[in-house]
Design a protein around this ligand. Structure first.
Ligand code: 5AD
Ligand code: SF4
Length: 518
């Protein structure tokens, strides 16, 4: 894109003044305005031959065929929430007239960042260096940063000072505003920064573009009120806010009408869903309503905080035909003393008895977890308690993390930080234990026929597909791409530790809303 444009900067103020105040109307208005500006630039570039130089013939043809006026690339770091946010951001960019590019050599490059551990931050700074060199080649390229990292003041300061080529910065509370922020950047010089400290606002009904046509994440709540002492999430994602259950049901119904058969209900702590609503409803109550949606076949959710996991939820899971037999139940530590320091509000014994209760009610449940090694003050005995829980629970898989000191959290100022080499040795021991158990546990269905959602064409073996069992274990089996997005019966021939090799037994398992196993 060149700088010449029919868009006059002096128009910008009038356009802003005339924008509707209400959302989402306001954003649809800016989407339209951004489209107009991009189209004018693109048409001028096509006429002058600039566009051919910029994109090459193949990409230019794709742009012209799809009626787009530029390219975009989103890179997502971190959790499922960010992945879902990126689908929303992608939806907005496409409505603005951008087409997804295969690489970061694009007109609009967006990093949706994570700040839960320091590594994630470092990766972003590293990649910004590369983007700067790209931008030198294509000065009209726009670079935008959003997500949890941008909610930290010192991060934004650093970018303002040392990464001045960045065009737009926004946070976790206003992703719905992307079109307006692009408009602002197009209509003035300099970096546009719009980071909110918090919000009560939940803007519904904006465009989204799903990664998979047959499955989707669905936010049911935002933020977190737990303040685990190591965790930065409550500071960057704000206070807990639940979406109205009507809105959630409406969204899932329209997803199902659009071909979705599996949903993942998303929240930092789904077990406290509904507490802040005017008409309170429990998470189990919400699940009962979601279960009734005809055509929906699989329901997943994450994350569950052990302290809030109710008997009602266990019952609903036990009786459900659609809720997957999988619970992600973060342990963090097996030591009651460390758990107290972490502000987790359960003890080792309470966690273990909860696991017993769940396993008794739902014997085929798969349990997965998150564990942090090296929290300040963790002794060898504390660590052994964690190993003990791992051996007792026998998780299908565990995400293990080395404790990362996050500025601003209470744990960061605790004095007794554990030396790096000690942490590393414990981490390796834990990983070995977790993997050995996981290899045994994951293979327990070998020799049986199970329902699999065919999700992807296998990149490594020609003619093979990759899918997932209800309990989330991966299965590879021979099959054609026409099966993608369908539930099929697969014989699990062999377990290879974390995944199965299987054989297709029956295609198109139609299932049903009522009695059949879904
Ligand atoms: N250091 C290491 N791991 C952390 N997590 C959250 N904060 C930190 C931290 N400061 C882990 C927790 C959480 C997961 C998403 O990330 O285990 O469950
Ligand atoms: Fe962080 Fe704890 Fe909230 Fe999870 S529950 S997001 S670990 S504060």
């Amino acid at each position: 894109m060149t700088k010449e444009t029919s868009f006059q900067l002096s128009d910008a103020e009038t356009i802003k003044k005339n924008a509707p105040a209400a959302e989402p109307e306001r954003q649809y208005y800016f989407i339209q305005k951004v489209r107009e500006i991009l189209r004018a630039r693109f048409e001028a570039d096509v006429a002058s031959g600039e566009a051919l130089k910029r994109y090459g013939q193949e990409q230019l043809d794709r742009l012209l065929e799809s009626g787009s006026f530029g390219t975009f690339c989103i890179t997502t770091f971190g959790c499922q929430m960010n992945a879902r946010d990126s689908e929303k951001l992608q939806g907005i960019l496409e409505e603005c007239g951008f087409l997804e590019a295969p690489s970061e050599d694009a007109d609009f490059v967006l990093y949706n960042t994570c700040t839960v551990r320091e590594n994630a931050n470092l990766k972003v700074y590293g990649r910004l260096g590369y983007l700067n060199s790209q931008k030198k080649k294509h000065p009209s390229m726009m670079i935008a940063l959003c997500g949890c990292m941008m909610q930290e003041e010192q991060v934004v300061e650093k970018i303002r000072k040392s990464y001045r080529f960045v065009d737009v910065i926004f946070g976790t509370h206003n992703i719905f505003k992307l079109a307006e922020l692009i408009f602002d950047r197009l209509s003035k010089k300099g970096m546009v920064v719009d980071v909110w400290k918090g919000t009560d606002q939940i803007v519904e009904d904006l465009p989204t573009d799903r990664k998979y046509p047959f499955k989707s994440g669905v936010n049911i709540m935002f933020g977190c009120n737990n303040f685990c002492s190591y965790c930065i999430v409550p500071y960057v994602r704000g206070r807990e806010r639940s979406r109205e259950s009507e809105e959630i049901i409406k969204e899932i119904e329209s997803l199902v009408a659009d071909g979705v058969i599996e949903v993942m209900l998303l929240g930092q702590n789904v077990n406290s869903y509904g507490k802040t609503l005017e008409t309170p409803i429990t998470f189990a109550g919400l699940l009962r309503r979601v279960e009734k949606i005809e055509g929906l076949r699989r329901i997943r959710f994450m994350t569950s905080h052990p302290k809030d996991l109710s008997d009602e939820l266990i019952e609903v899971m036990r009786d459900s035909k659609k809720i997957c037999r999988h619970l992600h139940l973060p342990l963090q530590s097996g030591s009651s003393r460390i758990l107290k320091e972490m502000n987790r509000r359960y003890t080792k014994e309470q966690y273990l008895s909860l696991v017993d209760k769940i396993k008794t009610a739902i014997p085929d449940i798969s349990l997965t977890t998150d564990i942090i090694v090296g929290f300040p003050g963790e002794t060898e005995e504390d660590f052994e308690e964690t190993m003990d829980v791992v051996r007792k629970v026998r998780y299908d898989s565990a995400f293990t993390f080395i404790y990362s000191r996050r500025t601003g959290t209470p744990a960061a100022s605790m004095e007794n930080q554990v030396p790096e080499d000690v942490v590393k040795r414990r981490f390796d021991r834990l990983l070995e234990e977790v993997q050995a158990i996981s290899a045994e546990v994951c293979g327990r269905d070998t020799g049986t026929v199970q329902e699999v959602l065919a999700e992807e064409v296998n990149d490594h073996a020609e003619g093979f597909l990759t899918g997932r069992l209800g309990n989330n274990t991966v299965v590879h089996f021979e099959g054609g791409p026409e099966l993608l997005g369908t539930l099929v019966d697969v014989h699990l021939d062999e377990s290879r530790g974390f995944y199965y090799m299987g054989t297709l037994v029956k295609k198109e398992n139609q299932g049903g809303n009522d009695n059949e196993k879904a």
